[in-house]
Design a protein around this ligand. Structure first.
Ligand SMILES: [Zn+2]
Length: 518
């Protein structure tokens, strides 16, 4: 019988806090809902004491997600734990995740505490967390570089206080598989009350060994694995969820483990994260990279055509990549569109369908063939702009040789149309300047990229931008058959994110002023 491995996803905490991966409130909720569909066992939603924004998003995820545990991170202090619990209260399965560093180097230089003091903090933290909820996870930060005797001592103490999961992170990505596996095995052999808890692994990828180390930990008795979608996370990232899930599934006979993850949701989840953060995965990334299932060499292609098993250890369909087929044209109706979205796994509300249909008819007019990938791009585009403050109403640009590039932009805000024009280094730059003039929000463009969604000279181009506004970084994305329109819409998408963030910061400031007055 295969043993179940619990999948603890920390995309929204360890992943989201890394450079280039930040998400706003709505984006975090969308990601959490998709992780629920992916059927992970635990979603670590954030670090509530870190900021009001983190607190709010953990609370909303705790409210909305019912299919799995929702965890919140806290240091081993009473204030942190109380704040985490405040945010987690609405969850059907709340989990407080508290941590403290246990390696001598962290104790000496970071915490400036003795081993006895840290042990005492850990015990008190778990006791406090346990007074609030049943599921309590304790992590020994820098566990893989901690003294094994001390690790045994601290784990025994927190398990006695009721910790249901004990996690041994390779925080700095320094371990190698044999060594890390041995740490896990030693703890399982030496900690007397270890059977009352689940041992967990959390590996970083500084030496490219995060997945290998995680599997070594599992092989030696760990039953929870912490990981992120696309392997995002601090520095070189965390162990990648899709690689672990597919290694366990593909090598099931050899390993004898299984997870609850629905592999057919993997591709969609990976794509959603890319869309929300603008952080692409490398083409040759295992499982979800663009080339992961492409057989280029002639001899390989020949083999795959005769029998896929010659070179294919897993199929694209198994992770939910559907063959991009021609499905709809400009005469297809709303019902056909709804039907196809439903086949692709998207159930649309009436408003979402209306918005998607509007853009679909426009694109079907410009582009003879509409593929599944185009439909997904349309949906991501339309639905993300539905709740936007500004939408693009009209755009006219002039550019060429020996003319000053000029753009005239019309934006709709509520029911008002706001127009302005500007000149720039090129038509896109001119349009960005016009948007700045209308919205009063000026951003510094940090990154800009275009990628084609399907194929052909009339393919939809997906534009990603990253802009710095008010000292924060915002992502914008858009899909269009016209790259200039796409570029303008992507920029506007980021401006909309920035204006939502400004509004939230103002609300927070007002709430603080009010509570100070009481
Ligand atoms: Zn980490």
């Amino acid at each position: 019988m295969s043993q179940k491995i619990f999948v603890f996803d920390t995309t929204l905490r360890d992943g989201e806090q890394s450079p280039g991966c930040s998400m706003n409130f709505e984006e975090k909720i969308r990601m959490a809902r998709q992780l629920e569909r992916l059927q992970v066992d635990v979603i670590e939603a954030g670090f509530p004491i870190a900021s009001d924004g983190d607190f709010e998003s953990v609370r909303e995820i705790a409210k909305q997600v019912k299919g799995c545990s929702v965890a919140a991170l806290s240091r081993a202090t009473i204030a942190d734990i109380d704040r985490a619990w405040e945010a987690l209260k609405p969850a059907s399965k709340p989990r407080i995740h508290t941590f403290i560093a246990t390696s001598d180097i962290h104790l000496k230089y970071k915490l400036r505490k003795t081993r006895e003091q840290v042990l005492d903090d850990a015990v008190k933290a778990v006791r406090r967390a346990k007074s609030y909820c049943e599921e309590v996870e304790f992590s020994c930060e820098d566990g893989s570089r901690s003294d094994i005797g001390y690790l045994c001592q601290i784990l025994e103490a927190v398990i006695a206080e009721g910790a249901t999961v004990v996690n041994i992170p390779d925080t700095v990505g320094y371990s190698i598989p044999d060594e890390y596996g041995k740490i896990i095995r030693t703890l399982i052999e030496r900690v007397p009350n270890i059977s009352k808890t689940t041992v967990s692994v959390h590996c970083h990828d500084d030496l490219g060994l995060a997945v290998a180390n995680s599997l070594a930990g599992i092989a030696n008795g760990a039953r929870q694995v912490e990981c992120t979608i696309n392997g995002i996370g601090e520095r070189a990232g965390n162990a990648s969820l899709e690689e672990i899930a597919m290694a366990i599934k593909t090598r099931h006979e050899k390993l004898g483990f299984e997870t609850n993850v629905n592999p057919e949701e993997i591709y969609k989840t990976s794509r959603l994260l890319t869309t929300l953060t603008g952080m692409h995965v490398q083409r040759n990334k295992a499982v979800v990279g663009e080339n992961a299932f492409a057989h280029e060499a002639g001899i390989h292609q020949d083999g795959v055509l005769k029998n896929p098993l010659t070179y294919e250890i897993m199929t694209p369909q198994s992770i939910g990549i559907k063959h991009s087929t021609l499905v709809l044209g400009k005469h297809s109706g709303r019902h056909a569109l709804k039907q196809r979205y439903s086949e692709l796994g998207y159930e649309l509300s009436t408003e979402e369908l209306d918005a998607a249909y509007k853009l679909f008819t426009k694109i079907a007019d410009e582009k003879k063939e509409v593929f599944d990938d185009d439909l997904i791009a349309i949906l991501e585009d339309e639905v993300s702009s539905m709740s936007s403050l500004y939408t693009l109403e009209n755009l006219q640009v002039t550019s060429g040789l020996n003319v000053v590039p000029t753009a005239m932009v019309g934006l709709k805000r509520n029911d008002e149309i706001l127009q302005d024009s500007a000149t720039g280094d090129g038509p896109v730059d001119a349009a960005y300047r016009a948007i700045e003039r209308i919205t009063g929000i000026s951003g510094q463009l940090l990154d800009y990229s275009i990628k084609s969604v399907s194929w052909g000279h009339d393919a939809i181009g997906e534009v990603f931008v990253k802009i710095a506004i008010d000292g924060y970084v915002f992502n914008g994305r858009s899909a269009s058959t016209d790259v200039i329109t796409g570029s303008v819409k992507a920029y506007l998408n980021a401006i909309n994110h920035a204006s939502t963030a400004r509004f939230r910061r103002q609300q927070n400031a007002e709430a603080k002023a009010e509570s100070a007055a009481v």
